[in-house]
Design a protein around this ligand. Structure first.
Ligand code: ADP
Ligand code: MG
Length: 363
């Protein structure tokens, strides 16, 4: 058989148009490179959390934008009959690029099924794992598949690991960790894992509310997580942790950090040498609650001396970039991972990453 590269990328994109999104641009960059060598390429990816076939989660509409971005005609392949798909790939000319339908339509994809892994492996002669944003999960097309094909990590995966690992290296000081967004629960693992390495943890967004409540502030009707109060109390004992001191309210709800807090956080960010950021400072989707987040974006983008690693779907969209790319500035790295970024920074086991990294070590 000719060499056929099966590559797992992330096309789980909600933004429109998809061609401006970070995940799309990151995947396209890698696919352009790989298809240049004239190998056949088969793209594996997923969208959403379907239970069997769901038309609204088909990858088919992604075929034209992918063709355009890669600069080659991409042929869409249904996956209801994988044997037939394999035959079509075999018959195709060198240099053909295929997009396989949403792998999560297949029974077993999210169960790390060996049977499905073996079937998928028959579509190619080698496997590249390049879906960082799903790499915290042991899905078949990231994990089990590596048992049946020579496998290696792709360039995006390596870039993500390299940049996110800056957080573990304590080589750059001051190191400021900025945490916001919807839920403290999703983020405390990162704070816990990094607090010894950082100089400061700045907390904002709805995630800060639980900390404020734990400190005894009357947050009225603001969102908070009662089950996280004890954890918040523990973390607050550490003097590196800062919470907002003023707020923008709507009725009885805190919806943004206030101007004093924005100013203070910006000051710290301007003098930082390493910044890791996940989670907006307020409900930035509404203009009147975007001031805090916008101030932070400005501070980070104007600090050319700091390496900044920024991730999370809403966080990246809050940057307001017309075209989301991995390096909007040379010193800034945007991670395609939401949950995967948080798990990686929290030091959690990365079930979709380990198999391919293990294969690499064997060689
Ligand atoms: P990311 O997707 O970047 O990881 P999250 O999903 O954790 O970020 O949180 C983003 C969401 O949090 C945004 O939709 C934003 O509106 C919301 N948010 C931030 N601060 C507040 C707040 N104070 N009250 C309500 N929602 C908030
Ligand atoms: Mg989110």
């Amino acid at each position: 058989m000719d060499s056929t590269v099966l590559i797992r990328v992330n096309l789980d994109i909600k933004e429109k148009p998809i061609a401006k999104s970070l995940r799309f641009n990151a995947a396209a960059a890698e696919l352009r490179k790989i298809s240049k060598t004239n190998n056949k390429v088969v793209i594996l990816s997923h969208r959403g959390r379907p239970d069997g076939f769901e038309k609204s989660l088909s990858l088919k509409p992604f075929t034209p934008p992918l063709s355009k971005a890669i600069g080659r005609k991409v042929v869409f392949l249904d996956n209801a009959d994988l044997k037939k798909a394999a035959e079509n790939i075999k018959k195709a000319a060198k240099g053909s690029v295929f997009l396989l339908e949403n792998v999560r339509f297949l029974d077993g994809e999210t169960k790390n099924s060996s049977a499905l892994g073996r079937e998928l492996a028959k579509l190619g002669t080698e496997f590249i794992s390049d879906d960082f944003a799903t790499s915290h999960r042991a899905d078949t097309s990231l994990s089990a598949i590596t048992k049946f094909l020579p496998s290696k990590p792709g360039n995006l995966l390596k870039e993500e690991i390299k940049n996110l690992s800056l957080a573990f290296k304590k080589s750059k000081s001051p190191f400021v960790l900025l945490i916001g967004g919807a839920k403290a629960k999703d983020k405390v693992g990162v704070i816990r894992n990094l607090i010894r390495k950082v100089d400061l943890v700045l907390v904002g967004g709805a995630a800060a509310n639980t900390f404020l409540k734990a400190r005894g502030m009357d947050i009225k009707d603001s969102l908070y997580e009662p089950e996280m109060l004890d954890t918040a109390k523990q973390l607050l004992k550490n003097k590196k942790l800062a919470v907002p001191t003023d707020f923008t309210w709507e009725e009885d709800k805190i919806l943004d950090i206030g101007p004093q807090t924005a100013k203070l956080y910006s000051f710290y960010l301007r003098s930082a040498k390493l910044i890791v950021w996940n989670g907006p400072m307020g409900m930035f989707e509404k203009k009147r609650f975007a001031c805090g987040t916008n101030a932070i974006v400005k501070a980070i983008f104007s600090n050319r001396k700091a390496s900044a690693v920024i991730g999370g779907g809403e966080t990246v969209s809050a940057l307001g970039l017309k075209n989301q790319v991995q390096h909007p500035k040379p010193n800034i790295f945007l991670s395609t991972g939401g949950g995967a970024m948080l798990d990686f920074l929290a030091g959690e086991k990365m079930a979709g990453l380990e198999p391919v990294l293990k294969q690499l070590k064997k060689k």
